[in-house]
Design a protein around this ligand. Structure first.
Ligand code: AMP
Ligand code: MG
Length: 302
């Protein structure tokens, strides 16, 4: 649905507030500490897909608006074993993406990372998080869900897993929309190929070119919910990933210095809060999932 009345807008924002509250409560109960976001840095997520960088002149040096907390999460794990952060991301996606209804140029990611964890650990955590949030919204926001005409089933666990290779052979690439439309509940896609993902997702030592990463897909055609995986943490492996992908090491010099000092083995993910709100509320368009939305290319954004 599209939001047209104040009553509907209040319902969405009340549900979103409960999503944020219950997600934080669940993660604290799992031993996570909330850290506050970084806004500007010389190092941020390179991303594989096209976005325009938000640059700021930081005393004469180009710093970027953060696209995700990936590198800062790895470094923060030296201090704390499990962290999460509601982090604003600025990703100036190409204007053509606006029509898909699931991209904003500024959004909030619930970004989390666990020291000494493997992919199965973060998959189990992600299933627990999604179910805890759904249960809290059902328990606390039944009036708001009724206002939006939304029925929200709590998914059965464990969620179904698809390999990237199987999904690609069934639906072709990219398969997000087609796969999402056929799902009965949130489902995982695992084992992405190196060629389409970032250098920090860990390559399986047993299966070169296959990454120990995953996406969660929403059903009903809502598409990608989260991305994550195990991380590369050893300097020589990161050097070789950069070199194989043709990324100049100098571009990530400040990150490589930190890795040289040591970052822990870890796994984690980032889940988009507006996309989660969109799915839970059954909204046609992501801009209805927040106040002051920045739609790619829309210069009326506040
Ligand atoms: P990524 O690591 O790039 O997959 O981003 C993590 C999560 O953030 C995604 O799975 C989405 O839920 C969300 N996300 C990424 N880009 C956008 C965007 N442009 N607008 C809204 N949410 C996004
Ligand atoms: Mg992703």
């Amino acid at each position: 649905m599209r939001i047209t009345t104040d009553r509907e807008r209040v319902a969405v924002l009340t549900i979103k507030s409960e999503i944020v509250r219950s997600a934080g409560e669940f993660l604290r109960s799992e031993g996570f500490t909330e850290i506050l976001p970084v806004l500007l840095s010389p190092i941020t997520d390179p991303l594989r897909h096209e976005t325009y960088d938000g640059q700021v002149d930081f005393y004469g040096v180009a710093y970027q608006l953060m696209k995700s907390m990936i590198f800062h999460k790895q470094i923060a794990l030296r201090t704390l074993p499990r962290i999460f952060c509601f982090a604003p991301n600025v990703r100036m996606e190409p204007a053509e993406r606006a029509s898909a209804g699931r991209y904003l140029a500024e959004f909030v990611q619930l970004d989390l990372e666990m020291r000494d964890a493997c992919r199965d650990d973060v998959i189990a955590l992600g299933e627990g998080l999604v179910c805890a949030v759904f249960e809290s919204v059902l328990a606390c926001c039944s009036v708001e869900l009724a206002t939006l005409g939304r029925t929200l089933p709590v998914p059965a666990r464990p969620f179904v897993r698809h390999t990237f290779a199987d999904a690609a052979s069934e639906f072709g690439e990219p398969f997000d929309d087609a796969l999402s439309a056929t799902l009965d509940g949130p489902s995982w896609v695992i084992d992405f190929p190196r060629r389409i993902r970032e250098f920090y997702d860990r390559e399986d030592p047993e299966r070169p070119d296959v990454l120990l990463d995953m996406d969660l897909m929403y059903p009903e055609g809502f598409g990608e919910a989260l991305s994550g995986g195990e991380r590369e943490f050893e300097l020589d492996r990161i050097h070789s990933r950069l070199d194989r992908d043709g990324i100049p090491r100098a571009k990530f010099a400040r990150y490589l210095e930190e890795v040289g000092r040591g970052v822990p083995r870890s796994a984690g993910f980032g889940i988009g809060i507006e996309r989660l709100t969109r799915f839970i509320c059954g909204l046609d368009r992501i801009e209805d999932a927040r106040l002051f939305p920045k739609v790619p290319g829309d210069l009326r954004s506040l």
